[in-house]
Write a protein that binds this ligand. Structure first.
Ligand code: FRU
Length: 579
C-alpha cells in the first residue's frame, strides 16, 4: 500500500438504483453510467496491452471468465487523477484477452473516505450465497474496504462483498457487510476460489507476513482455517495473495500429467530489485491448508514491472491458468511520464500458466504468452533464417536491420528460434542480441542472451531518456539455465511503445520492462556473435494491430461500451452481448 494523497472531497451520495439501500459515495467528477472515454493515441500508450482510459490504475482485480467466454478485468482505479488514491474498481471486458472494451466503473466507494481496495470475483453458479435464486451467472465480488480518517490516517481494513445480477457489470453492496470484520489497518486483498465443496479465500495480513486461509459455504460467513507465514521474501509487506490450481506438464509445452496449486504472493516495498515483486510457491492445497513442495523462493518475473498479478476465476477445468499483472512498480509508478498523456499504468500481456520441471532448476511456473494471433497483422514484417558459417547472405556480425517506422501501432511481436546449436562449441562470447533504437534521437533499448557461461538474458532500458528517476533502475538479467543438449533456444517478445515483455524458452522465464523514450523506437537490429558453426537462426517479426484503433471515433477517442447508457439514476444496464 502507498500513502494516500489527501482528497478534496466533493461530497455527493447517490443511491444506485431503486431499492438499493446501501448508498455509494460518488464524486461528481466520476460518471456512474457510462465508461470514461480514453485517447489511446499517445506515443507512450501501449496498443496491445490494457491501460485505463484516463487516470491511474494499479492492481488487476476480480478477474473471471464467464460462461459465454467473456473475460472480465476489474482494476484498482483512480478516475480523477494520475496518482494513486480514491480507489474504485474500473472494468473492461474482452473476448480474446487482447481487445478490451471499457465498461462503466463497477464499484464505487461505499462512503466518503472508504476506498474499494483489491479483491476478487467468483461466479456463484449454484447460488450458494442466496443472491441468485433465478440465475446461474450471478457474480459476487469480495474485496477490502479501506477506511481513512479525516486527518488522512489509515483506519481499519475490512472485507466486504457485493453481488451482480447482470453478469458483473453492476453491483450492489451486501447489507450484511463486513463479511470479515477487523480493526487492523493492514488486512487486505481477498482472493477466493471454489474448492470441491466450499469457498476458500487467501488474504494478506500484510505487515505480519502472513497469508490467512478462510473458508465459507456461502461467501457471507467466513471461518479462519490456517495461516501461511514467513515464506520466501518478506520485503516490508505481503500483498495480493493468489491461490490457483494449474496443470502439471511433463515438459515445457508437454502433456498434462497432474494438477497442483500455486501460492503467488506479492511483496512491496522491499523487493530485491527495489519496490514491488511477486514470488510464488508450487504446492498442495487440501481445502484448508497450503503446503509448499519445497522451501525455494521463485519470482514470476525477472525485471521490475510485474506486480500483484491475478489469476482468472472460471478458466476451464484442466486447462492452463491465465493471469494478468500490473506492469509497473510502486517505486516510480506515480511519476512515469505517461502522466502527460493523462493516464498511468498498463497490465501485462495475458499469460498462460502451468507447472513443469525446468532444466537443472526443477519446479517452475511457466508464463507462456497467450496466443497473440488476434493482434498479429496478416503479413509478417520479416521472416529470415540463416545458418552460421554457411554462405547465406546474412552472416554474423552483420546485423539484421528491421525498420518498423511504417508500423502504425509501433508495436511488434518477435519470435526467434535458434536451433542445431552444438553445445560443445559454445563460448562465453556466443550471443544473440536484439536492440531497438530511434534514429531520430539515438535512444535505444538493448537486450540479448549469452549462450555460454552463466547464460544470462539481459535487458538495458538505460538508453531511453524520457524518464529520469533514481529508482527507475535500468539493467536486468536472468540466469536462463537452458537445455544445451537439446540444442535449441527460443525467444518471444512484444515491444509495445513503452513496454517490452519477453518470454524466454517458451516462458520458463518472463520479464516485463517499461521504458520511456523521447522519440518512438523504430529500428530493430538483430545480430549474433560467435555462435557455433551450423547453428540455425530463424527470425519472425510481426507488426501488431492496435487493439484500440478499431474503437476510435473521428477525434481519436475510444468511448467504451456506450450501449451501457441507461436511465439516469438507474445503475442496471441493458448489456449489449456483442461486447
Ligand atoms: C497493492 C495494493 C493492495 C491494495 C491496493 C490499493 O498494490 O497496495 O494491497 O489493496 O494496492 O490500491
Amino acid at each position: 500500500m502507498f500513502p494516500l494523497p489527501s482528497l478534496a472531497c466533493l461530497a455527493c451520495c447517490a443511491s444506485l438504483g431503486a431499492g438499493r439501500d446501501v448508498k455509494t459515495f460518488v464524486n461528481p467528477a466520476v460518471p456512474i453510467d457510462v465508461p470514461i472515454p480514453g485517447n489511446y493515441t499517445g506515443d507512450l500508450r501501449p496498443q496491445v496491452h490494457y491501460s485505463p482510459p484516463q487516470g491511474f490504475m494499479n492492481d488487476p482485480n476480480g478477474m473471471f471468465v464467464d460462461a459465454n467466454g467473456t473475460w472480465h478485468l476489474y482494476y484498482q482505479y483512480n478516475p480523477t487523477a494520475v496518482v494513486a488514491g480514491n480507489q474504485h474498481w474500473g472494468h473492461a471486458t474482452s473476448q480474446d484477452l487482447y481487445h478490451w472494451i471499457n465498461q462503466p466503473i463497477a464499484l464505487f466507494p461505499p462512503e466518503e473516505r472508504v476506498y474499494v481496495f483489491s479483491g476478487s470475483c467468483v461466479v456463484d453458479v449454484n447460488n450458494t450465497s442466496g443472491f441468485f435464486p433465478n440465475q446461474t451467472n450471478g457474480v459476487v465480488a469480495i474485496f477490502t474496504l479501506a477506511r481513512y480518517f479525516e486527518n488522512g490516517s489509515a483506519g481499519p481494513q475490512t472485507q466486504a462483498i457485493a453481488y451482480s445480477h447482470d453478469g458483473g457489470f453492476s453491483f450492489q453492496y451486501f447489507k450484511g457487510n463486513p463479511v470479515i470484520d477487523s480493526t487492523s489497518t493492514q488486512f487486505r486483498d481477498p482472493k477466493v476460489i471454489w474448492f470441491e465443496d466450499h469457498w476458500a479465500m487467501v488474504i494478506a495480513y500484510a505487515q505480519e507476513f502472513t497469508v490467512g486461509v478462510f473458508t465459507s459455504p456461502d461467501l457471507k460467513s467466513w471461518s479462519h482455517a490456517s495461516n501461511f507465514s514467513y515464506h520466501g521474501l518478506l520485503g516490508a509487506q505481503y500483498e495480493c495473495p493468489n491461490l490457483v490450481k494449474m496443470p502439471v506438464r511433463d515438459r515445457v509445452g508437454g502433456d498434462v500429467v497432474d494438477e497442483a496449486f500455486v501460492m503467488a504472493l506479492s511483496v512491496q516495498p522491499g523487493a530485491p530489485l527495489g519496490g514491488s515483486t511477486t514470488q510464488y510457491f508450487p504446492g498442495s492445497f487440501n481445502g484448508t491448508h497450503f503446503s509448499p513442495w519445497d522451501s525455494a523462493t521463485r519470482l514470476t518475473d525477472f525485471a521490475k514491472d510485474n506486480y500483484a498479478a491475478q489469476y482468472f476465476f472460471g478458466v476451464t477445468e484442466g486447462s492452463n491458468a491465465i493471469n494478468l499483472g500490473w506492469a509497473s512498480n510502486w517505486q516510480y509508478t506515480q511519476a512515469v511520464p505517461t502522466g502527460t498523456e493523462g493516464w498511468r499504468s498498463a497490465m501485462t500481456l495475458p499469460r498462460a500458466n502451468y507447472l513443469t520441471k525446468a532444466t537443472r532448476i526443477g519446479w517452475i511456473m511457466v508464463n507462456e504468452i497467450v496466443d497473440p494471433s488476434p493482434v498479429l497483422e496478416d503479413v509478417p514484417l520479416q521472416l529470415s533464417s540463416w545458418e552460421i558459417g554457411s554462405n547465406s547472405s546474412l552472416t554474423p556480425p552483420s546485423p539484421l536491420l528491421i525498420d518498423y517506422s511504417m508500423v502504425d501501432s509501433n508495436a511488434l511481436y518477435i519470435d526467434v528460434n535458434v536451433t542445431s546449436i552444438n553445445a560443445s562449441a559454445i563460448t562465453g562470447s556466443s550471443t544473440l542480441n536484439l536492440t531497438f533504437s530511434s534514429p531520430a534521437s539515438g535512444e535505444s533499448l538493448r537486450s540479448g542472451f549469452y549462450f555460454g557461461g552463466d547464460t544470462p538474458f539481459f535487458v538495458d532500458r538505460g538508453g531511453t531518456r524520457a524518464f529520469d528517476n533514481i529508482l527507475f533502475t535500468d539493467k536486468f538479467s536472468v540466469a536462463d539455465v537452458w537445455n544445451t543438449t537439446a540444442g535449441t533456444w527460443r525467444f518471444q517478445a512484444v515491444i509495445d511503445r513503452s513496454i517490452y515483455e519477453v518470454f524466454i524458452d517458451s516462458g520458463i522465464h518472463a520479464g516485463t520492462i517499461t521504458f520511456f523514450s523521447t522519440q518512438p523506437l523504430t529500428v530493430l537490429s538483430i545480430n549474433t556473435t560467435a555462435l557455433p558453426k551450423g547453428t540455425e537462426v530463424f527470425v519472425a517479426v510481426w507488426p501488431l494491430k492496435s487493439a484500440w484503433k478499431p474503437f476510435e471515433n473521428e477525434q481519436g477517442i475510444v468511448a467504451g461500451n456506450t450501449s451501457a447508457l441507461h436511465r439516469k439514476g438507474k445503475r442496471y444496464m441493458e448489456y449489449d452481448p456483442q461486447f
